[in-house]
Write a protein that binds this ligand. Structure first.
Ligand SMILES: Cc1ncc(COP(=O)(O)O)c(C=O)c1O
Length: 455
């Protein structure tokens, strides 16, 4: 007998556990598990996790107070002070960040849900670029029932101010269909495209949000995971975004400009462009700090109303005191952190170069505008298969079915990449490839990929 609620049944149908568990439980290791899955889909800063555990083993101590409820479910005061100082310094904040304007929860996943809950009525919308980090749909949609409006760019560079017109169109369309739009989420640096937005584009988007009276949520979780591209590709740097016979600058709506440094929305005076209480910044420990398992992320907002609303229900997403203790110890050790971040950026540049060189060697195109994050956006459109597992023909025009078939074939070789379909890409055939891992893992993953592609 079915004993679940309607919403419980609907939620169960969306579980990714059966797909992801086998991959996560059977990971490739060159010596201990050579037949395991090569995970080039989970975005973790694998290169830096040993440094983190080294820091923990050396510095992590507790006192009796550590095991109490402490200063409550909003993030410990010491952590908020340390994070305020960190963001003021590294995000080059034009105004010193005030600790009380920061609230912590157990990861940005939870912060997104809290935002969805507090900014939207069920069925109201938030605008996202495409392609986009695949989990936003669940983070905002599963419980808060936000309608995610994935904005297509149809060949317009989504990192240029011209993108505003596309967001305008997406908003108009949603509202003509009865969906009230409440916010735009900007992921800067962008996941999965790995590009940073210029100040000019950010300002254009702020003006758009002001005009439409909607919130701008700037997810800056990859803020410090920016690397030097000049040393990260041996191929001539490209003025277009992806180079093959089939790829053109319009294909994935990425920038045709050279990569830009990261520019936080905190780094300039935004008051002429957007009301302060419509602007919110998200940050966390999962990427720049290589601590996905710490489950710790924060929102910085100067909206008292939003802070009150989020703070009223953050106890459901309360991060453990041990985790918070470890987090402030890292933030407070500025000398260690400076060198950790430098090493992380250098390693990202090296591993990105390795992946790009191997791709170049096989003539595989990828988005060349990226200089941030852990990923490359790879163009596998020329390799979309025409037959399925039963050797039946797939309609050539059914590119999404062909992409799914390619995913299935990758699974047979135990290689996991994120397909563009799951990231709401506009066109089938693009994949996000994670390079922030050991060289052997990158090489093994790409070796298996060539076997799948038959090259
Ligand atoms: C852009 C972006 N935002 C948010 C998250 C979620 O982060 P957390 O681990 O803090 O829940 C991720 C994780 O991949 C991400 O890529």
């Amino acid at each position: 007998m079915d004993t679940l609620s309607d919403r419980g049944r609907a939620t169960a149908a969306t579980s990714m556990r059966s797909i992801l568990s086998p991959i996560l439980a059977d990971r490739y290791n060159p010596s201990s598990n050579p037949d395991g899955w090569v995970d080039m889909g989970t975005a973790e800063n694998y290169n830096m996790t040993s440094d983190i555990s080294g820091f923990a083993n050396k510095h992590m101590t507790t006192v009796a107070q550590t095991f109490t409820y402490g200063s409550g479910p909003w993030g410990s005061e010491r952590l908020r002070i340390a994070m305020a100082r960190h963001m003021t310094k590294y995000f080059r904040s034009v105004n010193p960040i005030v600790p009380d304007d920061i609230l912590f929860a157990n990861g940005l996943t939870s912060i997104c849900e809290l935002l969805g809950w507090n900014l939207c009525q069920p069925g109201e919308g938030i605008l996202f670029p495409t392609p986009v980090y695949q989990a936003f749909a669940t983070d905002f949609g599963a419980k808060a029932e936000v309608k995610c409006i994935f904005t297509p760019f149809h060949g317009v560079d989504q990192f240029s101010p011209a993108c505003v017109e596309k967001y305008e169109q997406a908003l108009e369309k949603a509202e003509s269909e009865g969906v009230k739009v409440r916010a735009l989420l900007l992921c800067n640096p962008h996941n999965p495209l790995g590009q940073c937005y210029s100040r000019e584009t950010i300002i254009a988007l702020m003006r758009f949000c002001q005009r439409r009276n909607i919130h701008l949520i700037s997810d800056e979780i990859y803020a410090l995971s920016v690397y030097d591209v000049a040393s990260s590709s041996s191929s001539p740097s490209s003025s277009s975004t992806a180079e093959t016979a089939t790829a053109g600058p319009d294909d994935n709506n990425t920038s045709s400009q050279p990569p830009l440094p990261f520019c936080s929305v905190l780094s300039f005076d935004t008051t002429p462009y957007i009301p302060t209480d419509l602007l919110h910044v998200l940050y966390g420990f999962s990427k720049d700090f290589a601590c996905g398992g710490l489950r710790l992320g924060c929102i910085y907002t100067r909206s008292e109303a939003l802070m009150a609303a989020v703070g009223a229900i953050t106890q459901f997403a309360w991060s453990g005191a041990l985790n918070q203790t470890f987090a402030y110890l890292m933030l407070e050790d500025e000398e260690w952190l400076d060198s950790f971040i430098q090493k992380s950026q250098k390693t990202l540049a090296e591993r990105s170069r390795l992946a790009r060189d191997v791709l170049d060697g096989k003539g595989i195109a990828y988005s060349k505008g990226s200089n941030a994050g852990f990923f490359i956006w790879v163009d596998l459109r020329p390799f979309l298969p025409l037959g399925n597992e039963k050797d039946e023909e797939i309609e050539p025009s059914d590119a999404w079915a062909r992409e799914r078939e390619l995913v299935r074939r990758m699974g047979q070789k135990k290689i996991y990449l994120n397909d563009g379909g799951s990231m709401n890409a506009e066109e089938a055939g693009w994949f996000r490839l994670i390079f922030s891992q050991e060289s052997e893992v990158i090489q093994e993953g790409l070796k298996r990929l060539w076997e799948v592609l038959g090259i």
